[in-house]
Design a protein around this ligand. Structure first.
Ligand code: NAD
Length: 496
């Protein structure tokens, strides 16, 4: 019998009373790693009640004191980085190096949260009218909710709860049911960092649990990261229930290859950014747009891509891991099959096998050329190790093509020309732009700024700006009367 994963409620790991359990599988073997509970309504209510009570005292805790918890937490995360990465690799399948990177990008956010106090400073203007002063305070909200995807089980929860909690809120995390064990490890270390009980609760489950949480009257703000249909649903339902919502969704990221680019660096970057992490990154490059004579490099790209092979997380030579589930594999293979009728398939990874791992969700690196923008493989987010090549004559055409795509998460250009780079940066309608950088994920003192269907809601979403999402701003306008002053005539502010 596989171990039953606990919920994290009231500062303790507790066994759920649910009858519904989800098998969490090792994607390289299908071994059942644990069973994750679908928390009952009662357990969700308990978690919310504890979070509510904890909020009342936590919001009174001075920000420097809150920061100290985060300082200790980032230290513990660094000490336990390998241990977290092992759990993460087992349940997600990504290689150990990749998993360590996943944890590290989360640690960077905790470092930001540990420096929260200056970010919580309000603003002041003296004499907004004669003898009247105005100033604003930044105050905490209440209970915030995070719903996270499978592909970054450490980084994405860490995008959310450390900032929300450092801002004086309490937090309920609903991690992906496909790899929920990492979240429990993050919670365990958070407790060890000396966080008072009940700042963080971890509720496991799927749609039913999400539905109860996003409609709950006590939840003030919702952070979601995941696919487009679910992202739209969370955004619509959350706002319908009058919550503050930020919803990061899917992507189809293009890299423009100019003929003047450094050929070797471009090809290396294309391979790493398209098949790395089995293409299961929201910032993965899934379309290469070759401008002019750079299309002659497609054959070199093919040769380099063929060498990169998937394998288990703990084998150094594994270029990337399996995809997350048999269902994901089936969907990706279906799209590869479809693509064979729509474009030229230069490498077909659909029959990939890995010795010693007959049951893994393996898909090998796959490459298509001569892809059309009305094809299904172009229009769908494949979320697998599949790269599509498109050829155009000019940079203008490449920019136009990318701007027509409904997604706008990330993009990049490889070029030696400052002029081309500048034009691209200025005209492209995508939130995160790399110049000779394939995956331009911003560090947490910047915002993560998906455009179009890659993001819905409040842009104050991530990093430094997250303070504005997880807080209320209260503006005070102030005037003081003399004791004997006749006050009635002064009650309105004359700003003229
Ligand atoms: P998903 O949308 O299937 O699941 C995300 C979360 O939503 C999970 O916690 C899941 O339990 C919950 N969920 C799933 N279906 C639901 C439903 N019908 N109602 C309510 N809740 C539901 O996403 P995923 O497959 O775990 O993650 C991959 C997706 O996430 C890709 O589309 C990827 O592009 C996207 N992603 C985006 C970003 C970004 O920053 N824009 C970052 C990472 C991943």
């Amino acid at each position: 019998m596989a171990e039953k994963l606990n919920l994290f409620i009231n500062g303790k790991f507790v066994k759920s009373n649910t009858k519904n359990w989800i098998n969490v599988l090792n994607p390289a073997t299908q071994e059942v790693l644990c069973e994750a509970p679908c928390a009952t309504d009662e357990e969700i209510e308990q978690a919310i009640a504890f979070a509510r009570e904890a909020f009342l005292s936590w919001r009174e805790t001075p920000p420097p004191e809150r920061s100290r918890v985060m300082m200790k937490y980032q230290d513990l995360l660094k000490t336990h980085q390998n241990e977290i990465a092992e759990i993460l690799s087992e349940e997600n399948g990504k290689t150990f190096e990749d998993a360590k990177g996943d944890v590290w990008r989360g640690i960077e956010v905790v470092e930001q949260a540990a420096n929260i106090t200056p970010l919580l400073m309000g603003e002041t203007v003296e004499n907004v009218a004669r003898e009247i002063d105005s100033y604003s305070y930044i105050q905490s909200l209440g209970i915030c909710l995070g719903i996270t995807p499978f592909n970054f089980p450490a980084m994405i929860p860490l995008w959310m709860f450390p900032m929300a909690i450092a801002c004086g809120n309490t937090f309920i995390l609903k991690p992906s049911e496909q790899d929920p064990m990492t979240a429990n490890k993050l919670a365990e270390l958070f407790m060890q960092a000396g966080a008072p009980a009940n700042l963080l609760q971890v509720i496991h489950g799927g749609k039913e649990q999400v539905d109860r949480l996003i409609k709950h009257p006590e939840i003030r703000a919702i952070s979601f990261v995941g696919s487009v249909p679910v992202g739209q649903y969370i955004y619509k339902t959350g706002t319908e229930h009058l919550k503050r919502v930020q919803s990061f969704a899917g992507a189809k990221n293009h890299m423009v290859v100019m003929p003047d680019a450094n050929k070797n660096k471009t090809i290396d970057s294309l391979v790493g950014s398209s098949v790395g992490a089995a293409g299961q990154r929201c910032m993965a490059i899934s379309v290469a747009v070759f401008v002019g004579s750079s299309k002659e490099w497609i054959n070199d790209l093919k040769n380099e891509m063929e060498v990169v092979k998937p394998g288990p997380w703990d084998l150094e030579e594994s270029g990337f891991g399996p995809v997350i589930s048999p269902q994901a594999k089936e969907k990706i293979i279906g799209l590869i099959e479809r693509g064979k009728g729509e474009a030229d398939c230069l490498i077909d990874g659909s029959l990939c096998e890995v010795e010693g791992y007959p049951n893994g969700n393996w898909i090998g690196a796959t490459l298509f050329s001569k892809v059309k923008t009305d094809s299904e493989i172009y229009k769908t987010e494949i979320f697998g190790p599949v790269l599509l090549c498109i050829e155009v004559d000019t940079l203008e055409e490449a920019i136009k093509l990318i701007n027509k795509n409904p997604f706008g998460n990330g993009t990049s250009i490889f070029t030696a020309s400052g002029r081309s780079a500048r034009k691209f940066r200025h005209e492209i309608e995508v939130g995160q732009v790399g110049i000779n950088v394939p995956i331009p994920v911003p560090l947490p003192f910047f915002s993560f700024t998906g455009w179009k269907q890659s993001f819905y809601g409040d842009l104050h979403a991530y990093g430094k700006q997250a303070v504005r999402f997880y807080t209320e701003t209260k503006t005070v306008t102030e005037r003081w009367f003399e004791e004997d002053e006749e006050s009635s005539k002064n009650l309105t502010i004359n700003l003229e």
